[in-house]
Design a protein around this ligand. Structure first.
Ligand code: GDP
Length: 428
């Protein structure tokens, strides 16, 4: 089975980086297919904790080709800094490649992002303010600069000057902000372009070759299903497609090369930023989840909103992406809660639904319907076999499996690589 997509089934932060790091042990290629440095994957390898934003999580495995796909947006200055941090921890960057067609996030995108978010006032989306939305806007408007342009800096500089001048008009006239210093930005970008140029490649071709040779390729999604620009809780979404359909477009491979789709599900639900969240708990349960799950963003440090597991969300994600299996993370965080709840459906506009809210309604109009399950008090951190999980924990996973209609292949019980229960080989 050559191609496996790994993506988040909820609002992101499900622990995808940890799952990709694990599966990369049996992969030859890991390719990121969307998002920018707004993503934050925390991967714990021995005594090292890597905070990855743009570099694919397979970088932890020597020799694995790591592709930053055309569907991503690349912030060159931040990428170089991240590469330096990764190298300092002793990981090899020799097999990193950046798609020639990936669009660049440039300093004016970040300035615009912050100006736009501030101008939204009470309607703020809660973006990370890193320029991701404006970079994708330029891509769609056919006004963006792409990674391959870094290879010829003089041509890049000419295009950059033109684009930056137009953005300065917007910043000063529309948003009343100071103009950016174009030559200062270019001076900063020149050495960065020189650093990155050797990594720019026709990555679609590299992936094609790997797949033809039967290599195991992981397609790594960032953010999560409900942040998908088309299928998520619009407008509180990201500017790209984390759902499985985004993988083929985002790296340039045909759908037939995908043999499996692994949905990563946190054992409860979290969300960063604004927007509806039916199962949110602002009581002692929410506190327990924040505290035990260390629910603070990898990229922004923001406290995540927390609540019970919502299987309407997981079913919706499974429908959109065709999950062939699930990886459940952070089951250990539920230890100590005397009883647990799983949301099985919504009360919405006077009717019960087990599906996504019907036309005319949004998640904001939905009240969760819960099923109560027994909790457990045993620590799970040393459990490695399914049969060693407390019966209540197994029951919880089995209920999720039944309600989602997808088998659970992996259960993680801690952030360390080995803190894992493998039920089925996902490369089957
Ligand atoms: P991603 O963006 O989906 O990769 O998720 P993040 O990295 O933002 O958040 C996941 C966090 O949970 C990281 O800090 C991981 O180290 C941690 N983590 C992953 N799996 C587990 C687990 O099973 N148990 C616990 N306690 N932490 C985990």
């Amino acid at each position: 089975m050559p191609g496996l997509i790994v993506l988040g089934a909820q609002w992101g932060d499900e622990g995808k980086g940890r799952v990709v790091d694990l599966l990369a042990a049996d992969a030859q290629v890991v390719a990121r297919y969307q998002g920018g440095h707004n993503a934050g994957h925390t991967v714990v390898v021995g005594e090292h904790t890597l905070k990855l934003h743009q570099v694919p999580s397979g970088i932890t495995r020597r020799g694995v080709l790591c592709v930053i796909g055309n569907g991503t947006v690349v912030e060159p200055l931040a990428l170089v800094q991240e590469m330096d941090e990764v190298a300092q921890l002793g990981f090899d960057l020799g097999a990193l490649r950046i798609s020639r067609a990936a669009h660049l996030i440039l300093p004016y995108h970040q300035a615009l992002d912050q100006a736009q978010e501030a101008s939204r006032g009470a309607q703020a989306i809660g973006t990370t303010g890193r320029g991701i939305g404006p970079a994708y806007t330029d891509k769609a408007a056919r006004a963006g600069l792409r990674a391959e342009e870094l290879v010829n800096f003089d041509t890049f500089a000419a295009r950059f000057r033109e684009a930056a001048a137009a953005k300065n008009e917007l910043l000063t006239r529309l948003y009343g902000r100071p103009a950016l210093d174009i030559e200062a930005m270019l001076a900063q970008l020149r050495p960065t372009a020189e650093r990155l140029a050797p990594y720019v490649a026709d990555t679609s071709l590299l992936l094609h070759q790997a797949l033809r040779q039967g290599r195991h390729v992981l397609f790594e999604g960032a953010q999560g299903t409900l942040l998908d620009i088309d299928h998520g809780t619009y407008p509180f979404v990201t500017s790209s497609n984390p759902t499985a359909g985004g993988a083929c477009v985002g790296v340039g491979v045909p759908p037939a090369s995908i043999a499996g789709v692994l949905g990563v599900v946190k054992a409860y639900t979290t969300r960063v930023g604004a927007g509806p969240f039916p199962c949110e708990r602002c009581d002692e349960v929410g506190e327990h989840l924040v505290k035990m799950g260390a629910e603070f963003g990898t990229t922004t440090g923001r406290r995540r909103r927390c609540g019970w597991l919502d299987t309407v969300v997981v079913r919706y994600a499974a429908r959109l992406s065709g999950f062939t299996g699930l990886a459940v993370t952070k089951l250990d965080v539920l230890t100590g809660l005397p009883s647990l709840r799983i949301c099985t459906g919504y009360r919405c506009g006077g009717t019960l639904t087990e599906d996504w809210p019907p036309v005319g309604y949004s998640l904001a109009d939905c009240e969760p319907v819960y099923e109560e399950l027994p909790g457990w008090s045993e620590s799970l951190s040393a459990v490695r076999r399914w049969e060693d999980l407390p019966p209540a924990a197994r029951h919880y996973i089995e209920r999720l499996e039944a309600l989602a209609g997808v088998p659970v292949d992996l259960v993680s019980v801690g952030p360390e690589r080995e803190q894992l229960v493998v039920r089925r080989n996902v490369w089957r």
